[in-house]
Design a protein around this ligand. Structure first.
Ligand code: DLL
Length: 423
């Protein structure tokens, strides 16, 4: 589809969505009335910025059904956010929404080369989290054979991977690295038929993606999504790995400056904002994701003309401010992986000692470092401290720990323990 054709479709769908929320969601009607805006004032996507933003807090304040635009009798599925703070947020899907979602996931899988004839292990959590069922329906829609292994036993997963000759796997990237280690320890790496991994649900660096590809001898793809907007399948990268293609016929995207709340220039980093264009259950207007990325409208080498978002820098609410310096966990991850001397498992602990914030990075290294002379371990520790200091502009304390001492997660990895917030 050309950009002009896409714009025509987006204009049409935006006006429909605005009418839908104005007439069916009191929250939006009030918000629009407050600024004297009528649905007829929104004629094209150029009018988008006239519309107010929606935030996660709005979803919480209207919990559970305040932003639903259809009666509950039209809803066929509920999911809820997995957030660790605050009240849960609940989202609902009509039959058509489920079909749109499956189509978006099917498009994503097609980009990764997965289709009919493939056997895919879906190792995301099933349940209120959107990962499991989202990937499941999308893969079935394509005609692929789904193994709904979910989360739980890594041993069962590695056995099924080999015995059932799975050709693709979908799970979080941090968990896949753990699975790769287990496969290696079991001597199973050479027995795999896996060709693609569809990873997402948490920030991960390009260095980590390449590490997964190398360890498993596969292609690793980045799939993005959030439950408020849909679930997995809002965007995904193609074989060229030059950003994630957004399904712009369903999601109108903006990247804005958090401070000025106005669009940043193409290529500049800002907060991603989505307006859903075809959702019935919970249509969202200018939803602020807090996810930080950049956007390009340049056509991709693969031939797709849709906008692409860059690898995520993290979330604005994951950004740590330590002694006045802004730090993203992904910067530390990229520096560690680039060094190549540690294992990919780490956790950051931030504490306040007196009035000073201290960041301690615990990172796993191979067993042999602990049997070598203590001098070598100390040398490596200083080297990592120096590399990270140069990467983030802040001195930190590094503690090297033995393999498998940092807790593994089968879902989203917990990389940060901020003891300052716990006090
Ligand atoms: O994590 C949906 C999902 C499931 C996406 C499976 C991909 C695969 P939530 O639990 O609502 O939904 O969390 C959404 O996770 O706002 C991002 O901060 C983060 N996130 C999701 N995918 C990526 C990704 C699912 N590929 C939140 N890269 C989002 C970086 C991601 N962060």
């Amino acid at each position: 589809m050309s950009r002009d054709e896409m714009t025509v479709l987006q204009n049409y769908r935006l006006t429909n969505t605005v009418n839908h929320v104005y007439h069916n969601v009191e929250f939006y009607r009030h918000k629009m009335q407050k600024i004297g805006l009528l649905p007829s004032d929104i004629k094209t996507i150029d009018d988008l910025t006239k519309l107010p933003f929606t935030t996660k807090e709005d979803l919480r304040d209207t919990y559970p059904y305040g932003l639903f635009a259809v009666p509950i009798s039209e809803i066929v599925r509920i999911h809820a956010s997995t957030g660790t703070t605050g009240k849960q947020t609940v989202v609902g899907y009509t039959r058509r929404d489920i079909s749109t979602w499956s189509e978006c996931v099917a498009r994503s899988l097609t980009m990764t080369g997965v289709g009919k004839g493939d056997t895919i292990l879906v190792a995301y959590g099933y349940g209120l989290f959107t990962g499991g069922l989202g990937l499941h329906y999308g893969a079935e829609h394509l005609g692929a054979c789904v193994i709904p292994i979910a989360t739980g036993s890594t041993k069962r997963l590695t056995t099924m991977m080999v015995d059932l000759e799975a050709t693709a796997i979908a799970c979080t990237p941090s968990y896949l690295l753990h699975v790769a280690e287990v496969l290696e320890a079991e001597g199973l790496l050479g027995k795999l038929k896996i060709k693609a991994a569809i990873c997402g649900a948490e920030p991960w660096s390009e260095a980590m993606r390449l590490q997964i590809e190398e360890k498993l001898g596969i292609n690793a793809f980045d799939i993005y999504g959030l439950s408020e907007v849909l679930g997995p399948g809002v965007a995904c990268d193609c074989i060229h790995h030059q950003g994630l293609h957004i399904y712009e016929d369903y999601f109108l995207s903006e990247v804005i400056s958090e401070q000025s709340q106005t669009p940043v220039a193409a290529g500049e980093t800002g907060e991603l904002v989505f307006t859903t264009l075809a959702k019935e259950g919970i249509p969202l207007i200018r939803y602020r994701t807090k996810d930080l990325t950049d956007i390009t409208y340049e056509p991709c080498e693969c031939g797709r003309t849709t906008a692409r978002i860059g690898r995520f820098k993290g979330r604005s609410d994951d950004m740590l401010i330590i002694r006045g310096v802004n730090v993203f966990p992904s910067q530390i991850e990229a520096a560690l992986i680039e060094m190549g001397t540690t294992l990919p498992h780490y956790v950051m602990e931030i504490d306040r000692v007196g009035t000073l914030d201290v960041l301690e990075l615990k990172v796993e290294v191979e067993e042999r470092y602990f049997s070598d002379e203590i001098r070598k371990l100390e040398g490596l520790t200083r080297q990592i401290e120096k590399t990270i200091r140069e990467a983030i502009g802040l001195s930190i304390k590094v503690k090297l720990v033995e393999p498998r001492t940092i807790e593994r997660s089968t879902g989203k990895a917990k990389r940060v323990i901020d003891k300052r917030k716990l006090m």
